[in-house]
Design a protein around this ligand. Sequence first.
Ligand SMILES: Cc1cc2nc3c(=O)[nH]c(=O)nc-3n(C[C@H](O)[C@H](O)[C@H](O)COP(=O)(O)O)c2cc1C
Length: 356
Amino acid sequence: MVEGVVSRKRDHIRICVEEDVDFKKKTTWLEYVELVHNPLPELNVDDIVLEAKFLEKNFNYPIIIEAMTGGVPEALEINSNLARAASELNIPLGLGSQRAGIYNPDLRQTYRIVRDIAPDIFVIGNIGGVQLAVEGVELAEKAVEMVNADALAIHLNSLQEQIQVGGTATFRGVVKAIEKTVERLSVPVIVKEVGCGIPMKVAKILESIGVKAIDVAGAGGTNWTLIEKIRAEFSGDTEKKMLAEVFLEWGIPTAASVIEVASTVKIDVVASGGVRTGLDIAKSISIGASMAGIARPLLKPAQENVQSILEYLMRLIKELKTAMYLVGCRNIFELKNAEKVLTGPLLEWCKQRSLI
Ligand SMILES: Cc1cc2nc3c(=O)[nH]c(=O)nc-3n(C[C@H](O)[C@H](O)[C@H](O)COP(=O)(O)O)c2cc1C
């Protein structure tokens, strides 16, 4: 089993670095959030403070390095570099699904390395909702214990499981499994998608069972249906490939999902899925997110060195500061209340879903 997982994770890293696997037609819809320009901001760029609160902890920036990898030898270098960057910037670091490390002690160091490098950073462990339902809450406990995680993310990937060669589309019992996990763990539980978004109905259920944050991972960024389609093609599975083609553009765009979730629950919301600029981050916060998460754009820099990751993130931070300056917001709290206009399909979505 672990053999298969290792080769799948290796495929994912290779495809994500070598191919353009963002959504092709659907976007995040963040382009339909217009922040209102303020030509008289009455502040200097240097006055702006980017500190953010997430899960009752303070971070220097409202940015999360999203779950990516672990469980393959090459993840050692990637996670080391990501940990160094997270430590340098004081931002949370998500790990990839830890199941491979739970079943194979030889692979554990590819996750644990983040603690060797940066003992004090905020580490988010990761496990699949389906695997949790099948294998039990112990899986979650072992994941947290493995890296002394500060929070555990449970990922929901219903479409990916259905398309993936060897995937397990068995989602019955996942809510109960999440609830038990919340009860059993001493650290907060985050629930995340992987690129199809989370709607208000699900957000309500998750909040009611004690989940402490929702990471929408909406459509418009990395497209897992496309990635699994490429894998299906490679392995000659025509049936999976054809199924993937029909659902290539499936999912709730990130901006729509953030508004759905943020207007429904009081817990923290993370905007992710196609967040690619500091302006995207500013817009995400203005529509209700506490933090914005970024995954695939950091993968290649993470294979290179910590400097490449920092260069990428510092560019985004500069863009975020610029956006805040242009709307006259001194801090993240003010940005949450920045003046904005929703347009196009996002406005239509919000009307039909009675969100405005
Ligand atoms: C190489 C790679 C591996 C990933 N592995 C996981 C994973 O193990 N668990 C998880 O919850 N999400 C995983 N994700 C999904 C991301 O955390 C994120 O939700 C998604 O890629 C959307 O963000 P993006 O558009 O910025 O890439 C992975 C993403 C990438 C690029």
